[in-house]
Design a protein around this ligand. Structure first.
Ligand code: 13P
Length: 372
């Protein structure tokens, strides 16, 4: 199953009742552009949660908290427990934001306790991780992310209630956004970590958001990356154009009808199909299209023609093995269709395929890489 995009707005300690009302009006008017296609949550300051909940109730926007207690309810002045969030109709909370880690001493152990509380209460979590500038410069990005993730695996029973937000601290509030390649590399590494620590199934399904100086302008190149499933937005979530960022995450519709080719002996209808293929023909331009390229990949059983748009054609060098993830394979009237949408991934693979049989062409594939 392709992952449903997710966008969170973290209002931090900003705003007044008046500004919240104005912002909610723009959240409502921008909702049609992403309804049912992107999951969206805003996290206002605690006293505004119920007001914002009320103001956006007709839109698909959900409302979350920015923090939650590591303890159950009781004599903990200033704390709000996960059970109390749930009781107040609040489905989401942030945990482990770098501002809480660096300014309020929230440790890995505390994030783990908070996640445990949320899992028990059934509250969904946007779990934030990410490295400091000096850690990136020392080449420790993956180590830091691994340490933060390792701390919480043992507490998570229901991964459907967890979204991971990779927020490099040097990119937060600085206007210095990670490049799409930097973000993609970190996200792919996080997904691999989850795959090793939990399971491939969980790793394939979990949404990993990017956060740090995201704007309506820079979000499009980021969302194009296969392992970036949405955003956690700070400053830009306080502006009426926040919904443009959400709308940019709507998966694109295939540009043209997939081709159909007759084959024998293929079982019908399978979703989430992953396959490897060696690129057997250099990409060729599709006539009548500006940037659509056709690439033929295969293995020793079959070949597939992919229509590839945008940057990802760069991975399609002849002889290289690529990995197509999450394709939807179906049999229609004796013809096989392999549909690969934007939320599928085409990437260089570590595996090698031994040989390629160019005779068994099994399908046409629509591969869409840009939003429209
Ligand atoms: P900015 O988008 O303002 O950089 O903040 C990101 C963030 O901290 C979201 O949680």
């Amino acid at each position: 199953m392709p992952r449903k995009p997710f966008v969170g707005g973290n209002w931090k300690s900003n705003g007044t009742i008046e500004s919240a009302k104005t912002l909610c009006a723009s959240l409502n008017s921008g909702a049609a552009a992403y309804r049912n296609k992107v999951e969206a949550v805003v996290c206002p300051i605690t006293p505004q949660i119920s007001l914002v909940n009320k103001l956006v109730r007709k839109s698909p926007m959900k409302v979350g908290a920015q923090n939650v207690s590591a303890s159950k309810e009781g004599a903990f002045t200033g704390e709000v427990s996960a059970g109390q969030l749930k009781d107040s109709g609040i489905q989401w909370t942030l945990i482990g934001h770098s501002e809480r880690r660096t300014k309020y001493g929230e440790t890995d152990e505390v994030t783990a306790q908070k996640i445990e509380q949320c899992q028990e209460a059934g509250v969904s979590v946007i779990f934030c991780i990410g490295e400091l500038l000096e850690e990136r410069e020392a080449g420790k990005t993956d180590d830091v992310n691994k340490r933060m993730m390792d701390a919480v695996y043992g507490k998570i029973k229901d991964w459907k209630k967890v979204v991971v937000a990779y927020e490099p601290v040097w990119a937060i509030g600085t206007g210095k956004v990670a490049t799409p390649e930097q973000a993609q590399d970190a996200h792919a590494a996080i997904r691999k970590m989850i795959s090793s620590a939990v399971s491939e199934e969980v790793a394939d399904a979990v949404r990993i958001l990017y956060g740090g100086s995201v704007t309506p302008e820079n979000c499009k190149d980021l969302i194009d990356k296969p392992d970036i499933d949405g955003f956690l937005v700070g400053g830009a979530s306080l502006k009426p154009t926040f919904t443009d960022i959400i709308a940019a995450c709507v998966p694109a519709i295939p540009l043209k009808k997939p081709k159909f080719m007759k084959v024998d002996g293929v079982e019908p209808a399978a979703r989430g199909v992953n396959f490897f293929g060696k690129v057997v023909k250099a990409p060729t331009k599709v006539e009548g299209s500006e940037d659509l390229m056709e690439v033929v990949v295969g293995d020793d059983t079959a070949i597939v023609t992919l229509s590839v748009r945008g940057d990802r054609v760069k991975v399609c060098e002849v002889g290289k093995t690529v990995r197509v993830q999450n394709a939807h394979v179906s049999m229609i009237k004796g013809f096989i269709r392999v549909a690969v949408d934007k939320w599928s991934a085409l990437k260089p693979a570590e595996e090698e395929v031994a040989s390629v049989n160019e005779k068994k062409d099994m399908s046409g594939v629509e591969y869409e890489l840009t939003n429209n």
